[in-house]
Design a protein around this ligand. Structure first.
Ligand SMILES: *Cc1c(COP(=O)(O)O)cnc(C)c1O
Length: 432
C-alpha cells in the first residue's frame, strides 16, 4: 500500500516512511492510495470474531503488501489487551466504550498500534529512535503508555507545568524506564516550539533518529477503524441501520469511521458532535469552511478551531460538500447543554458520562429528533468519566466510582525534570 499526500498526490510514501515521517514534506496528510474492502465472507461471520481478530482482518486487508498476516497478528496482540465493548443505554441507543485502555481514553488505540508498528519496523532495521512529544494533556498519557517499554524507542514528553490535570500529570511522570517527562515552566506553545526546534537542529539530528508521534500519523488513524467494525459485530443482530455519533475535535476519530465505511462497514450515517468549537457543523450547514481560534470548554480535548484531519474527512468524499453533508450530520452544544445531558442520563439510567461522551450522546439524540427515522444509535465514549473527576462530581452533585487503576496512579510518585523555556537548555538535556 502506498500513501499519497493530500496536497500533492504525486508525493507518495511507503507505510514505513509514512509512519516515521508522520507528515509528507509538503505538510499535507497521508492517505491510502486505494481502499480495499473487507471480504463478504468475513462480514458474514463478523459477530463471531473477537476484537483482535477483527483488528487483524481490517489491518491485513489494508496492509497485506507491507506486513504478513502472521506479523500483523503479533502487532495487534502486542497493541490491544483491552476491549471496545458496546452497552445498551436506552432502547435503540448504545454506547461504544473506548476507555478501557491504559490511559483510559480512546487515544490508546492509536498510540498503542503506532508504537507496535514502529517497533516492528525498528526490529528489522536494528535502529533506535527517540520520540519527542509536546502535550497539553491527553495525548501525552496515551503516547507515554503506548511506547512504555517498547524496544528500540525512548520517549521524551514535554508538558506545561501546572496546566495539566493531576491524573494527566501522573500518567506522564510515573512510568520511568524509556519514558522521560520534562516539566516546562511555560505554556503548551513553548513545549511545541521546543519540539519543533529540535526537529530542525542539525546536532540533534546527527546524534539521534528523532521521530514524532503526531496525532495525524496514519498509524494512529488505521487502528481507530477497528472499533467501528467491532461495534457493528456486536450490534449486527439488531438488523437496523447503524448511526454513529462521534465527539470530535481534530476529526481523526470520525475520519477513521469513514475509512471503515469505505472498507465496507454498513454505517447509515455519521454524526459529528462538537462543543462550541463548531467549524465543522457550520461547514456541513453552509459549505464554507472557516477555521476559528479555539474557545475553552469543559470538553477540552475537543477545543480545536482548525481541525487537523478536516482535509482527510472531506477527501473520503472527493472533497465534494454535497456528498459530505449527506453522510455526516453536524450538531454542537455549549457547556450548559453538556452538563444537562450528563445529569439527565445519570438520573434516568445511572450511567456516568465524561463531558466529551455527553456531547456525542446529545448529538445522537438531536439526529434522532431531526431525522425521525428508526435506527440503532451508537455514540462513542472517548474517556472514562473519572479522568475528569471534579467536573463530573460537581455536575452530578455526588461522588462517582473511581477505578482502582486511577486511585493507584494518584498514589505514585511524580518524576519529572524541571526546565525553563530556552532551546539550549532543552538540547543539553537531551544530549546528556
Ligand atoms: C482527542 C479526544 C477527542 C477528539 O477526538 P478527535 O479525533 O480529535 O476528533 C474526544 N474525546 C476525548 C476524550 C479526546 O481525548
Amino acid at each position: 500500500m502506498l500513501f499519497y499526500s493530500t496536497r500533492t498526490p504525486g508525493i507518495k510514501a511507503s507505510l514505513e516512511e509514512a509512519v516515521f515521517r508522520s507528515l509528507p514534506p509538503d505538510n499535507g496528510l497521508y492517505m491510502p492510495e486505494t481502499i480495499p474492502s473487507i471480504s463478504d465472507a468475513f462480514m458474514d461471520s463478523i459477530e463471531q470474531r473477537t476484537f483482535n481478530e477483527i483488528a487483524v482482518e481490517v489491518a491485513h486487508t489494508l496492509l497485506r503488501d507491507d506486513i504478513s498476516r502472521a506479523d500483523m497478528e503479533q502487532i495487534v496482540a502486542r497493541s490491544f489487551s483491552f476491549e471496545a465493548p458496546v452497552r445498551e443505554i436506552t432502547p435503540d441507543d448504545y454506547v461504544l466504550e473506548l476507555f478501557h485502555g491504559p490511559s483510559m481514553a480512546f487515544k490508546d488505540f492509536g498510540a498503542r498500534f503506532m508504537a507496535s508498528l514502529m517497533s516492528y519496523f525498528l526490529a528489522k532495521s536494528q535502529k533506535e529512535i527517540k520520540i519527542l512529544v509536546a502535550t497539553s494533556g491527553d495525548t501525552g498519557g496515551a503516547v507515554a503508555q503506548g511506547f512504555f517499554q517498547v524496544p528500540g524507542i525512548s520517549v521524551t514528553i514535554l508538558y506545561p507545568s501546572g496546566k495539566v490535570s493531576e491524573i494527566q500529570e501522573k500518567q506522564l511522570t510515573t512510568l520511568g524506564h524509556n519514558v522521560t517527562a520534562i516539566e516546562v515552566q511555560g505554556t503548551f506553545d513553548d513545549c511545541q516550539r521546543l519540539v519543533k526546534e529540535a526537529f530542525l537542529d542539525e546536532d540533534l539530528n546527527q546524534k539521534f533518529n528523532l521521530a514524532s508521534a503526531n496525532s495525524i500519523n496514519i498509524a494512529r488513524l488505521i487502528p481507530q477503524a477497528f472499533y467501528y467494525f467491532a461495534a457493528y459485530a456486536q450490534l449486527k443482530h439488531r438488523g437496523k441501520p447503524l448511526v454513529f455519533s462521534v465527539p470530535s475535535g481534530n476529526f481523526g476519530n470520525i475520519s477513521a469511521g469513514l475509512l471503515a465505511y469505505a472498507m465496507g462497514l454498513p454505517a447509515a450515517q455519521f454524526v459529528a458532535s462538537t462543543n462550541r468549537n463548531n467549524v465543522v457543523p457550520a461547514y456541513l450547514q453552509s459549505g464554507q469552511y472557516q477555521p476559528q481560534p479555539s474557545v475553552e470548554t469543559i470538553s477540552n480535548a475537543m477545543d480545536v478551531g482548525s481541525p487537523s484531519n478536516f482535509v482527510r474527512m472531506t477527501r473520503f468524499f472527493g472533497d465534494d460538500w454535497q456528498k459530505v453533508q449527506q453522510k455526516i450530520s453536524g450538531f454542537y452544544f455549549d457547556d450548559d447543554q453538556t452538563r444537562q445531558t450528563m445529569r439527565e442520563l445519570f438520573e434516568q439510567t445511572g450511567y456516568v458520562l465524561c463531558p466529551h461522551s455527553a456531547v456525542a450522546y446529545r448529538g445522537l439524540q438531536a439526529y434522532r429528533d431531526r431525522s425521525g427515522q428508526d435506527f440503532t444509535g451508537v455514540f462513542l465514549a472517548t474517556a472514562h468519566p473519572a479522568k475528569f473527576l471534579d467536573l463530573v462530581e460537581s455536575t452530578l452533585g455526588q461522588a462517582i466510582e473511581v477505578p482502582n487503576r486511577l486511585k493507584e496512579l494518584l498514589s505514585l510518585k511524580k518524576e519529572a525534570i524541571p526546565m525553563g523555556t530556552s532551546f539550549e537548555e532543552f538540547k543539553d538535556l537531551i544530549i546528556n
